[in-house]
Design a protein around this ligand. Structure first.
Ligand SMILES: C[S@@+](CC[C@H](N)C(=O)[O-])C[C@H]1O[C@@H](n2cnc3c(N)ncnc32)[C@H](O)[C@@H]1O
Length: 294
């Protein structure tokens, strides 16, 4: 099936509206290669017919298939490694220490936003289990979300083929947290029980799902426009607790978003803490100090 310039224009706008992913004019081949089978399965003879069904008939199944076909689900266990080192050796020890010093319940809330097929939230859950010996005495929830129904389905199963396991999972962790099942490995129930899965489009309002102590939002905003990316990270900031942490992908940086985030470093990892705007101090000559800034 061949894509015309007009097809490319309207389908790019549709994909942007559905999930924020930008397809520029040079990506006709991508639309052809990824959407031809979606069009054929839907019984469409052309891309314009597919567009019509998705846009004007508002066919949710077709919309979902378009999103799945266009988005990239590449992921692996402990991706980039250094964020997980920072999580284990700096971020979690600090948060655990802070929570243990207060009378408040020993609670941690973590969000893996755009979790793809689940390797990221399972990696986080494994780090938590390694770090907190008395984990049962903590109230810990990991929310894992993605726009892709298929990815969420696979993530919640917690079953991985040998080839997926070999991408990042260390042998001792595999022995401790997985069970052999057929030609693959199943995540143990204690780890799966820490995570709840949900379909969520990051372009849409979050409607009070936070606050979170830690948010992972990695390797998704790179596909968005500058405006959608800035809007997303500002809204994520509002979902963080004042001493919370935000992890982004290794090729991403929030330094262009102004003073809303303070970068933090641990070895090679860079992650962010929110700066809360606050009213200027009454005393003359003393500038406003952002609450939560370190
Ligand atoms: C490259 S994967 C990243 C997975 C994981 N965070 C990591 O870094 O390994 C990008 C994921 O973003 C999801 N995604 C794309 N657009 C999205 C949107 N608007 N809302 C939520 N998820 C989205 C895709 O379905 C895909 O699973």
């Amino acid at each position: 099936m061949q894509v015309t310039a007009e097809d490319l224009k309207v389908l790019s706008r549709l994909v942007d509206d559905l999930c924020g992913v930008v397809i520029d004019e040079s990506k006709g081949y991508l639309v052809e290669s990824r959407l031809s089978s979606v069009a054929e399965e839907a019984g469409c003879k052309s891309f314009s017919e597919l567009y019509y069904k998705a846009r004007y008939e508002n066919d949710k199944t077709i919309q979902s298939k378009i999103i799945d076909a266009i988005t990239t689900h590449e992921t692996l266990f402990f991706r980039d490694n250094s964020p997980f080192e920072a999580l284990q050796h700096k971020v979690l020890p600090e948060l655990i220490d802070a929570r243990e010093k207060t009378a408040a319940p020993r609670r941690l809330r973590i969000w893996s936003a755009a979790c793809s097929t689940g390797q990221e939230p399972y990696s986080v859950a494994i780090i938590l289990s390694e770090l907190i010996p008395n984990i049962a005495s903590w109230d810990i929830r990991i929310l894992a979300t993605d726009i892709s129904d298929a990815a969420i389905r696979q993530a919640s199963l917690g079953f991985y083929r040998e080839s997926d396991i070999r991408r990042g999972m260390r042998q001792e962790m595999l022995d401790r947290y997985f069970t052999r099942q057929g030609d693959g490995w199943k995540v143990q129930d204690a780890i799966r029980a820490m995570i709840s899965y949900r379909r969520l489009n990051l372009l849409e309002p979050f409607r009070g799902i936070g606050p979170f102590d830690i948010i992972f939002c990695r390797n998704v905003a790179i596909y968005f426009t500058r405006e959608a990316r800035a809007d997303l990270f500002n809204r994520l900031c509002a979902e963080l607790s004042p001493d919370g942490y935000l992890f982004v992908g290794s090729s991403e940086s929030l330094t262009d978003l102004g003073p809303r985030f303070t970068p933090q470093h641990h070895c090679r990892a860079v992650f962010y803490q929110p700066n809360r705007p606050t009213a200027p101090r009454a005393a003359a000559g003393i500038g406003a100090v952002p609450v939560g800034a370190r």
